[in-house]
Design a protein around this ligand. Structure first.
Ligand SMILES: Cc1cc2nc3c(=O)[nH]c(=O)nc-3n(C[C@H](O)[C@H](O)[C@H](O)COP(=O)(O)O)c2cc1C
Length: 166
C-alpha cells in the first residue's frame, strides 16, 4: 500500500467550535465533508484526545468556521496546535456568538450544527450532524488543505486524521 496515495484526497480547512461549562473552545479540522443536501448534513472526524471531542459529546452541538486563504495565521496556530484543556483559545481571537456558539470573525462562512449520530474508530469519532443555520460572511477563496501545505507550508499534528509520519 502506498500511503502517499491518500495525500491526493482533497479537503478544506475549518475551525470546529464548541464550549464547555466555563468557556468557548474548538480545534482546526480538515477531515470534514457534506454528506447529504436535504436536510443538509456534514460529518467531521475528531481525535479522541482532542478536548473538542469531549465537549461535542457533552453539548451535542458545534459551529464550523470555513477558513479562507487570507485568514489570520494566528487562528490556525491557536486552534490547531494548542489544547483548550489548559488555555482560552478565544482570548486573542475576534469572534461572534450565533445561537450560543462562537464563530471566528475572520471566517469566510459558518455552519451551525446539531449532532445526529456518532461513530467510533480506534482513534477518532465521526460526528454526523445536521446543519441548522449557515451564512457566507466574507469574500475570500476557501482554503484547501493542499494550499495550507503547499503554499503556506503548514504542518499537521499527530491528532489530524490525515497525519503522515515523515
Ligand atoms: C491543518 C490541521 C488539520 C487538522 N485536522 C484535524 C482533524 O481533521 N481532526 C482532528 O481531530 N484534529 C485535527 N487537527 C488537530 C487539532 O486541531 C489539534 O490537535 C488541536 O490542538 C486540538 O485542540 P483541543 O484539544 O482544544 O480540541 C488538525 C490540525 C491542523 C493544524
Amino acid at each position: 500500500m502506498n500511503i502517499n496515495a491518500l495525500t491526493k484526497l482533497s479537503y478544506g480547512m475549518y475551525v470546529v467550535c464548541t464550549k464547555d461549562e466555563k468557556q468557548y473552545c474548538g480545534c482546526i479540522a480538515n477531515s470534514l465533508i457534506q454528506i447529504t443536501a436535504e436536510p443538509a448534513t456534514i460529518a467531521v472526524s475528531i481525535n479522541h484526545n482532542n478536548y473538542t471531542n469531549e465537549c461535542i459529546k457533552k453539548t451535542k452541538e458545534f459551529s464550523i468556521c470555513v477558513l479562507g486563504e487570507n485568514v489570520n495565521p494566528l487562528i490556525i496556530g491557536t486552534f490547531g496546535f494548542r489544547s483548550a484543556r489548559n488555555f482560552n483559545k478565544f482570548e486573542n481571537i475576534k469572534y461572534e456568538i450565533f445561537e450560543g456558539l462562537p464563530v471566528c470573525t475572520d471566517s469566510c462562512a459558518y455552519l451551525l450544527c446539531k449532532l445526529i449520530d456518532k461513530s467510533e474508530t480506534n482513534t477518532h469519532t465521526i460526528f454526523l450532524s445536521q446543519v441548522v443555520q449557515s451564512e457566507i460572511t466574507k469574500d475570500d477563496t476557501p482554503m484547501t488543505y493542499a494550499y495550507y501545505h503547499n503554499v503556506i507550508k503548514g504542518k499537521s499534528p499527530k491528532n489530524a486524521p490525515t497525519y503522515i509520519p515523515q
